[in-house]
Design a protein. Structure first.
Length: 543
């Protein structure tokens, strides 16, 4: 339930007149981690642990620091801004991944556009919040309590932790959202001084140095600034600008001074339309129209520096019915010929009926276009796989085509994963991330799962002399190795199974067939599995 705050206070100087404007602020205290969780779940990957200490790490002038922490981290005493080395000293089991502030900013902007259903005037508020100008729109939801309850409920169903505040000013709403004890909180119109008085001085959106100085002066609550003479406050600061910033933020929060805030501009409309006086009755006519529309759409995309990830062609018939043809792209593109090529084969499926008199071509998903120059001359550039992938998906369907994506692991079966062709993860391009370390040859074909083999070796730690795989006995004539791969001990902190050391061999039998086998475990190994003898597995086939 929303809480109305209307308690009066005595002797308030410069009483604020009743303001007609109403502002709502939404604060997401755990946005980076919740964004990462949502992103990983959408991609079918393991989300960050919710019951173990987990943090995002960024780099600044002080080295690696924590930028976001989950609830178990806070229980351990970890806070954003703490150095990673100090955090690991306090909590050795801390799990971390690099932060992605650009992804957080893009996601927050997407949330702002989603929230446009509540107000046409809104924008992001800092790096973790939104503001909405709800002047004159609250009655559409039944009132301000109902509007905030609706917004909070939708965000909760999307698994976002959000705190909401509503006041006459942007500064007041932001202070309530971030520092009020309850959420949502609604400050009735004209009650900003009473509502903000008990909040800490940090709620005025001041820089840390100014907050520290005010606290040293004994000013810890916003209400303590009300009765303080302004000239006296200026004398307490070394800089007139610092004193002015405090007075400006206070006046903005109380509504005594206007605060400029620019709303979020609407996303550009990437749509091209073409109408015909005489209906088209042939597929060739539709193809000609598609070529014109694709050229017009790509001109708009190029001017905006954007590329389409999903396009759709609508063909409206004269009888009022319509048909839609859709195509997805594995990478942003603004090439008209590529769009036409993807949809050309689907045009034959259109039932022309009594003719098509309107065609619309639109980009449903748009991203920034970052062209890459891979060679000095245009003729020497190597074409990427994107056009081939798009063509295969157009013919076979998006669920049929899969792509390989790298994973940070030196265990062969964990070093890659497959995702759908339109995944936004960085795809494998044939190069290794560990360029400083030359890896031995890898088999082009790995088994879906290493298969157990029976092995006879001349010495316990040596390569196999004979082995039996799939009930066929094979004699080894050549062997190369071992290549030792140590276990990834840190996976045990995630609750994963304990791994053992592997020794890989490239072997060849008397028929000329070559295999990639490994021995799991060492004969002198000590640890949890020291009682289990080493086992042999066949992992891949070599050419």
């Amino acid at each position: 339930m929303c809480r109305q705050v209307m308690s009066p206070i005595a002797k308030m100087p410069n009483k604020t007149p009743k303001a007609a404007r109403r502002m709502v602020c939404v604060w997401f205290p755990h946005l980076p981690i919740e964004r990462l969780t949502r992103e990983r779940l959408h991609a079918g990957r393991t989300p960050p642990p919710a019951k173990k200490p987990f943090a995002l790490v960024g780099s600044d002038t002080h080295g690696l620091t924590l930028t976001a922490v989950n609830t178990p981290c806070r229980h351990e005493g970890l806070r954003p801004g703490m150095r990673l080395a100090d955090a690991r000293a306090v909590c050795p089991a801390l799990l971390t991944v690099p932060d992605a502030p650009d992804n957080d900013a893009a996601f927050l902007e997407a949330l702002a556009r989603w929230a446009s259903r509540y107000s046409p005037s809104l924008n992001v508020d800092g790096a973790d919040g939104l503001w909405l100008d709800t002047t004159g729109v609250a009655h559409l939801f039944g009132g301000e309590p109902e509007l905030l309850a609706n917004l909070a409920g939708r965000l909760a169903r999307m698994s976002f932790s959000a705190r909401l505040g509503c006041a006459d000013t942007l500064g007041g709403a932001s202070a309530l959202a971030r520092f009020a004890r309850r959420s949502p909180v609604i400050a009735a119109s004209g009650t900003a001084p009473e509502t903000l008085a008990p909040l800490p001085i940090e709620a005025l959106r001041l820089d840390p140095e100014t907050v520290l100085l005010l606290q040293r002066l004994g000013l810890k609550r916003i209400g303590q600034l009300y009765g303080l003479p302004r000239a006296s406050l200026e004398r307490r600061f070394h800089s007139k600008d610092a004193a002015e910033s405090v007075l400006r933020r206070l006046d903005e929060a109380l509504g005594r001074r206007n605060e400029t805030h620019a709303p979020l501009l609407p996303a550009p409309d990437f749509v091209a339309r073409l109408s015909f006086a005489d209906p088209l009755i042939s597929h060739d006519g539709v193809l000609a129209g598609l070529e014109r529309l694709a050229g017009a759409l790509c001109s708009t995309l190029t001017r905006a520096g954007a590329g389409a990830r999903r396009v759709v062609l609508w063909a409206a018939r004269t009888d009022g019915s319509s048909v839609a043809l859709e195509a997805g792209l594995s990478a942003p593109s603004a090439t008209a010929a590529h769009f036409v090529r993807l949809l050309k084969e689907k045009l034959d499926t259109i039932d022309m009926g009594f003719g098509v008199d309107l065609m619309t071509f639109a980009a449903l998903a748009v991203e920034d276009l970052h062209p890459e120059q891979t060679a000095l001359s245009a003729t020497a550039r190597k074409p990427g796989p994107e056009k081939l992938i798009d063509a295969l998906v157009s013919r076979l369907g998006p669920r049929t085509v899969r792509r390989l994506f790298p994973q940070e692991s030196h265990i062969p079966e964990l070093a890659q994963t497959t995702q759908n062709a339109f995944s936004k993860l960085p795809a494998w391009n044939g190069s290794s991330s560990s360029t400083y370390l030359e890896k031995p040859p890898r088999p082009p074909l790995l088994l879906a799962k290493p298969e157990s083999v029976a092995v006879m070796a001349e010495i316990p730690e040596g390569p196999p002399a004979r082995f039996t795989w799939r009930r066929v006995n094979r004699r080894v004539v050549k062997a190369e190795g071992p290549e030792r791969i140590a276990p990834e001990w840190w996976r045990a902190f995630d609750g994963g199974a304990t791994q053992r050391t592997r020794d890989y061999y490239r072997i060849e039998d008397e028929d000329g067939c070559r295999y990639w086998v490994f021995r799991e475990g060492l004969y002198q190994e000590r640890g949890e599995q020291e009682r289990e003898p080493p086992r042999w597995f066949l992992h891949g086939v070599l050419p």
